[in-house]
Ligand binder design. Structure first.
Ligand SMILES: *Cc1c(COP(=O)(O)O)cnc(C)c1O
Length: 376
C-alpha cells in the first residue's frame, strides 16, 4: 500500500500551550499590580513551584538558559580551560568562549551519548578549572564518576540539564548533582516559559552570588558590588511557566503512550537502535531518539532524514554538526576527529522523531510505517 505524505508538516515538537483563559487570569493579576519584572508575584510562585517540582535545594530563574550558564561559569570563577562534550547544542561551547575559556572537547560514551567518564582524566591539564557536562536527551551523565574525578582534581562541575527537566536518579532531582545545574525553558523544551531558564545549586551562599550576578550585581538601592548581567525572568514569562507547569504531568502521560508505540514498532528492526532508560532513572520523555546504523539498516541517517521530508515529516539531526567541527572550534587541539571517534560516529547516526503530547497515536504509527516502507 502506498503511504501518502502528511497533509501538514509534522515537526519534532510543539510547545505546551495552556488554556488561554487560565493564562489570562494570571495576566490580569499582573496588569492589576503593574509589576512586569524584577521578581514579582508570578516569579516568586514559579521559583518555589519549580524548586519543589525539580526536587532541588535552591533555584534561580533566568531569562534564558544560555545567560544562566554564563552566570554559572562566573559564579564558580571558572577560567582557562573547561572540559566539555562536542555532542551538544551550540550554547554549551559558546558560553565557554564568551567567558574567555577554552572549550576542551572530550569524547562521548557510545551508549549514553554523554561525556565519557573514562576519557575525562586524560584531558585534564594544569589549566583545567572545571567540567561542563550535558545530560543529553534527558538521560543522566555518570554523575558519580564525574564527582570522583572532580574531587580528585579540585574541579568544579556544571551540568547542562537543558533536556533533563524532571529527570531523577533514585528519587533525587537531576539538579542536585554537581556544583550548579542549568535548565532551559525555551519553547522547544519539555517545560517552557517561551524563553527562560534556571540554575539549581546545593548551598545558599552560591545562590546569593548567582542572584547578585543575575541583576547587574546590584545589592539594595545604593550598592553595586560586582559586574553582573541582566538575567532576570519577567512576570509574563513566569505566568506562562506557571500555567505550563500545570500541564506537565498530562503531557508526560501522553508522551509515554506515544513512546510505547514507537518502541513496540521499532525495537526489532535491524540497524535501528533505541535508547534505554538506565536503572534507577526516572525518564522525562523529552525526546524520542533513534540511531541508524547504515551498515545494518541499508540506509544512512541522512537518507532517512531526506525521505521523511518527502512525507512532510521534519525529523531533526540533533546534534549535527558536532561542536568540535564548527569553524570557530575546529582548530582547537581537542577538536581533532581522531580524538573524538565516538562523537563523530554518533553525530552521523542520530535522528529525533516527532514527539509531543498532541501528536496522535495514528500519526506515530504512520511515521513508523514510513520508516519501514523506505527500505522497499
Ligand atoms: C536549548 C539548549 C540550551 C540553551 O538554552 P536556551 O534557553 O535556549 O538559551 C543549552 N544547552 C542545550 C543542550 C540545549 O538543548
Amino acid at each position: 500500500m502506498k503511504i501518502t505524505p502528511f497533509p501538514h508538516p509534522v515537526y519534532i515538537t510543539r510547545p505546551i500551550l495552556p488554556r488561554l483563559d487560565i493564562l489570562n487570569e494570571r495576566l490580569s493579576r499582573i496588569w492589576q499590580l503593574k509589576c512586569l519584572t524584577n521578581y514579582g508575584e508570578q516569579h516568586k510562585a514559579l521559583e518555589s513551584g519549580l524548586q519543589e517540582h525539580l526536587k532541588v535545594p535552591y533555584l534561580s530563574l533566568f531569562n534564558n538558559g544560555t545567560v544562566a550558564l554564563l552566570v554559572a561559569l562566573r559564579a564558580l570563577g571558572l577560567s582557562q580551560e573547561v572540559i566539555t562534550t562536542p555532542f551538544t547544542f551550540p550554547a554549551t561551547p559558546h558560553v565557554l568562549a564568551w567567558s574567555g575559556i577554552a572549550p576542551v572537547f572530550c569524547d562521548i560514551d557510545a551508549r549514553s551519548m554523554n561525556i565519557d567518564v573514562e576519557k575525562i582524566e586524560s584531558m585534564i591539564t594544569p589549566r583545567t578549572t572545571g567540567i561542563l557536562a550535558v545530560h543529553v536527551f534527558g538521560l543522566p551523565c555518570n554523575v558519580e564518576g564525574i564527582k570522583k574525578i572532580a574531587d580528585r582534581h579540585g574541579l568544579k562541575v556544571i551540568y547542562d540539564a537543558a533536556h533533563a527537566f524532571g529527570t531523577e536518579i533514585s528519587g533525587k532531582g537531576i539538579g542536585g548533582f554537581g556544583d550548579v545545574t542549568m535548565f532551559s525553558f525555551h519553547a522547544t523544551k519539555l517545560f517552557h516559559t517561551a524563553e527562560g531558564g534556571a540554575l539549581s545549586v546545593a548551598e545558599d551562599g552560591l545562590k546569593n552570588q548567582i542572584d547578585l550576578l543575575r541583576n547587574f550585581g546590584i545589592r539594595g538601592e545604593e550598592a553595586v558590588l560586582i559586574p553582573g548581567i541582566n538575567g532576570k525572568m519577567n512576570e509574563i514569562q513566569a505566568a506562562l511557566g506557571l500555567a505550563v507547569l500545570d500541564c506537565i504531568e498530562a503531557e508526560k502521560e501522553n508522551r509515554k503512550i506515544l513512546r510505547d508505540i514507537y518502541v513496540s514498532r521499532l525495537k526489532d528492526i535491524p540497524g535501528i537502535h533505541l535508547m534505554e532508560d538506565p536503572p534507577k532513572v526516572k525518564p522525562n520523555y523529552s525526546y524520542f531518539v533513534i540511531r541508524i546504523s547504515e551498515r545494518d539498516y541499508g540506509l544512512s541517517r541522512d537518507d532517512v532524514y531526506r525521505r521523511f521530508r518527502e512525507y512532510n515529516v521534519f525529523a531533526r539531526k540533533y546534534f549535527y554538526p558536532l561542536g568540535s567541527n564548527y569553524p570557530c572550534y575546529r582548530t582547537l587541539p581537542s577538536s581533532d576527529p581522531v580524538c573524538l571517534p565516538v562523537a563523530n560516529r554518533v553525530a552521523k547516526e542520530v535522528l529525533c522523531l516527532p514527539f509531543y503530547g498532541e501528536l496522535d497515536p495514528g500519526s506515530v504509527n504512520k511515521i513508523c510505517d514510513i520508516l519501514m516502507g523506505m527500505k522497499r
